[in-house]
Design a protein around this ligand. Structure first.
Ligand SMILES: [Zn+2]
Length: 303
């Protein structure tokens, strides 16, 4: 992404426009064979639907108390950036399905209007027949169905791939589930890249490349998290998770350790109030804080 700027705030979430999107609009207007204004209006409609799709993800994430940083529109679509989604199949699946669900809902809402508008003949339903109300409605429904369905392809990290990972996560550990989903996603990505080149539809190839890179990145992120967990376990041993994430609490007197515990006196209990009552010495507290600093750094958010 080339840098972005905010354009709106919807349900408390900032919607941002990436510069690549601006270039897409300008490029489409300049290169479009027909009326450039019509092309831009269609593009704006398309990205309104993309925004609504991302808002679906956003509201589902909020329901699970996941912080959504912003929604960014870029030339390949939209992205709701979130703080880490918990490694939980149910949460992952619900957040992923909420986007396509918005598209299917919009299509379903438009259907009665299409039927009421009186479809004179099937040519009214051709995707390009936007001159009539029925044509517009049909177009709206088709775009939503396409957007919902294409996002459900199991091409991790797209929505369908996330649902697939959630399903795998029911049977195996999260890292393994991500590995399987990313592997299947790369098959799809390779297929899209080949298809894009063969048909000279470069946007399809670009989507394939994006899926490949984003999938690798997510797999890498889960691997890193695993490594950090293992390091934490090795570093803190029996103290485990609790020590690595401890919060200041009032405790009673620290346990008195006699000289017989440590004749050298080098490992005396720490004076640090955080460590009192936990049997930690100064060195352990220093190590803990050093380590905590690094593991608490927020990970790059994701779609
Ligand atoms: Zn989505």
């Amino acid at each position: 992404m080339f840098g972005s700027f905010p354009i709106a705030r919807v349900f408390g979430t900032t919607v941002r426009i990436d510069l690549s999107w601006v270039l897409l609009v300008i490029g489409t207007a300049a290169l479009w064979p027909g009326d450039p204004l019509a092309a831009v209006i269609n593009l704006l409609l398309l990205f309104t639907l993309v925004t609504l799709h991302e808002l679906g993800h956003t509201l589902a994430a909020r329901y699970f108390k996941i912080e959504v940083l912003d929604i960014t529109l870029w030339f390949l679509g939209g992205m709701a950036r979130m703080r880490e989604i918990p490694e939980n199949p149910k949460v992952e699946a619900v957040v992923a399905l909420a986007g396509p669900a918005v598209n299917f809902l919009l299509a379903a809402l438009a259907l009665p209007f299409l039927l009421a508008s009186g479809i004179a003949n099937m040519s009214d339903l051709a995707p390009n027949a936007t001159a009539t109300l029925a044509g517009l409605l049909a177009n709206f429904i088709l775009i939503n169905l396409f957007m919902g369905a294409s996002n459900l392809l199991p091409a991790f990290p797209m929505d369908g791939g996330r649902v697939f990972r959630a399903l795998c996560g029911l049977f195996t550990d999260w890292l393994n589930a991500t590995r399987i989903a990313a592997g299947v996603g790369k098959l799809f990505a390779a297929g899209l890249i080949v298809l894009g080149f063969v048909s000279r539809q470069w946007s399809i190839a670009a989507v394939g490349l994006f899926v490949w890179l984003a999938g690798s990145r997510e797999l890498w992120a889960v691997r890193m998290r695993r490594m950090q967990q293992q390091m934490r376990e090795q570093t803190f041993g029996g103290l485990g998770e609790r020590a690595a994430t401890f919060t200041p609490v009032e405790t009673e007197e620290p346990p008195q350790r006699g000289a017989e515990d440590d004749p050298s006196g080098a490992r005396r209990p720490s004076d640090n109030p955080l460590a009192q009552g936990r049997g930690l010495d100064d060195e352990a507290v220093r190590r803990l804080e050093r380590f905590r600093g690094s593991i608490r750094k927020p990970r790059d958010p994701q779609d």
